[in-house]
Design a protein. Sequence first.
Length: 114
Amino acid sequence: MKKSTWGYTPPQTQMLANGKIRIYLNVQAGKETNIQKDEDGNTSETETDVYTADEIDIEAPLTYNRVVEALIRERYSVSDELAILRQQATKPEEFETYNAYAEECKILAQSITY
């Protein structure tokens, strides 16, 4: 997932020119310190509010299923997912990691306003 930084709280979703929808997830507030020098060489610091977010692009229209799938695809390809599901009895730890991530994706998808 790509990260982006904003000077204000980012929108939850944004329509892109290519017809996709960008979703901003896991928004975190923070501070950024800027150091400036004047012509005499004196420095001053200013602190500004910044927001970071994970971003993911999804084909429109935005639906719960598309969001869940896109989030899962960020970490697992279709081939990887099928292999994990096929081998869940022989590799239970790998399956549990995958399943926990899929459940996180579902919770994130539920938090998005459609």
